[in-house]
Design a protein around this ligand. Structure first.
Ligand SMILES: [Zn+2]
Length: 95
């Protein structure tokens, strides 16, 4: 009996498509520039760079350099904090 074999197989079998359903699971280093929904940096209009990708709403978005990406990341973090607070406020009303 090898109870761990099945687990290891299931755990190791993670086709690329799985990441589409679990976007937040992927680390930044695993993002591919070919998956990015945009081709140019929204800040500068320059082409996006492979080392300047992040996730937004589960989709890969790109920027021309890490500084632009970090500026975007800070912005959505601020929005997320506000959304989270609103969800907490509405939670009692919806359920
Ligand atoms: Zn940029």
């Amino acid at each position: 009996m090898r109870p761990r074999a099945g687990f290891a197989l299931a755990y190791g079998a993670s086709p690329t498509l799985t990441t589409l359903n679990e976007p937040m699971h992927a680390a930044a280093s695993e993002l591919s520039i070919t998956d990015a929904v945009n081709e140019t940096c929204p800040w500068s209009g320059k082409p996006i760079a492979a080392d300047s990708l992040t996730l937004y709403n589960g989709a890969v978005v790109g920027f021309c350099n890490p500084e632009c990406r970090d500026k975007f990341a800070k912005a959505i973090l601020a929005f997320e904090a506000g959304l989270q607070a609103r969800r907490v406020t509405n939670a009692g009303l919806d359920q």
